[in-house]
Design a protein around this ligand. Structure first.
Ligand SMILES: CC(C)(COP(=O)(O)OP(=O)(O)OC[C@H]1O[C@@H](n2cnc3c(N)ncnc32)[C@H](O[C@H]2O[C@H](COP(=O)(O)OP(=O)(O)OP(=O)(O)O)[C@@H](O)[C@H]2O)[C@@H]1O)[C@@H](O)C(=O)NCCC(=O)NCCS
Ligand SMILES: Nc1ncnc2[nH]cnc12
Length: 291
């Protein structure tokens, strides 16, 4: 008689601890994931300028290329335990390289900030031998740099978006970071994982994720370009798209294109949502769902 062996539970797949080089490379690839997604309401794609007269795919590719070393460097700073001031200087230098590469156009200032903070946080975890799980990243962001970020969010804003956010009582990019990036962790990642678990292909999953973020985020670009009415118009359109079944619904892609046309007509561009989508793509690259 053969002994019946109790089924052995599959060992949990060890989460790989990424090096700063892997962390930074994932950020550059994630910014390309975002740029390449199409259709994308009001935003630049590889074939469309969206609501932008001053930039196109070439502008973004030059910016991406100029930033590839920055994301590795700031992950190394986190890995080495650098203070927020060192991160800030690294980010400011990266902004200068972006502007030099784009001829003065602001393509990724928000991404430099958000993805820079996330790469630094992943570097901190890697130094502890830990993988960049969402909860661990959020803990590093709030425990290690929360005070500096909160102080930063209280500074008078200098950018059009920040000024609009302050005027309208919205949560700017700095305030979003000081709050621990709630839209990324509580909206974007759950939306992306739910779409993946429904079996949506990557482009459709990312589009649903983008719309979930547009529906939720106080995107200061939308506020700066369209006022509170423009922000609320975009949020309502995104909620309607998802309520109708999103990208996988019959006619979903056509609906997304129609919303894009309405955004362009109003010169609306959800740049903050685009950055948040890129951050979700970055996390997905570092922490792909279990098979
Ligand atoms: C810390 C800064 C980001 C400044 O802080 P502030 O709070 O004032 O930032 P905002 O103005 O609110 O937003 C700045 C950019 O961040 C993106 N964004 C917008 N809303 C949010 C949000 N709620 N959460 C997260 N991120 C948000 C957005 O960036 C993207 O859009 C820009 C391109 O779109 P476009 O419409 O073309 O933008 P403009 O050129 O401004 O308008 P037009 O002239 O064309 O009409 C692009 O930047 C995308 O990335 C907001 O624009 C930061 O500026 C700062 O102070 N940095 C210093 C370096 C630093 O501290 N680094 C830390 C490294 S760890
Ligand atoms: N694809 C895009 N188009 C316009 N603004 C953006 N900000 C970040 N990504 C963007």
């Amino acid at each position: 008689m053969t002994a019946r062996c109790a089924p052995v539970a599959a060992a949990p797949r060890p989460r790989r601890v990424p090096t700063p080089q892997m962390i930074g490379r994932a950020a550059t690839l994630a910014l390309h994931d975002e740029l390449a997604l199409s259709p994308k309401p009001g935003l630049v794609t590889l074939t469309d300028r969206g609501s932008h007269a001053d930039m196109d795919a070439h502008t973004f590719m030059r910016s991406l290329f100029a930033l590839r070393g920055y994301f590795v460097r700031i992950a190394e700073l986190g890995h080495g335990g650098a203070p927020f001031e060192a991160l800030e200087q690294c980010g400011i230098a990266a902004e200068a390289r972006m502007l030099a590469a784009t001829g003065g156009v602001n393509t990724h200032r928000g991404a430099i900030f958000m993805l820079g903070l996330l790469c630094a946080s992943a570097g901190v975890l890697a130094a502890q031998g830990r993988s960049p799980a969402p909860a661990a990243l959020r803990e590093v962001l709030t425990q290690r740099w929360g005070e500096a970020l909160a102080a930063r969010a209280l500074r008078p804003p200098t950018l059009p978006g920040g000024l609009a956010a302050r005027r309208l009582g919205l949560r700017s990019a700095s305030a979003e970071a000081a709050a621990g990036l709630p839209t990324l962790f509580d909206t974007a990642m759950p939306a992306l994982r739910a779409a993946q678990q429904r079996g949506l292909p990557p482009a459709a999953a990312r589009l649903d994720t983008l719309f979930a973020v547009i529906a939720t985020l106080d995107d200061s670009n939308l506020a700066h370009r369209g006022g509170l009415g423009g922000l609320r118009f975009a949020q309502a359109a995104a909620r309607g798209f998802l309520a109708a079944g999103g990208a996988a619904a019959p006619g979903g892609m056509q609906a997304a294109q129609a919303i894009g046309a309405a955004f362009v007509q109003r010169r609306l561009s959800p740049g903050g949502a685009a950055d948040t989508l890129a951050a979700a793509c970055w996390l997905d690259r570092l922490q792909p769902t279990a098979p």
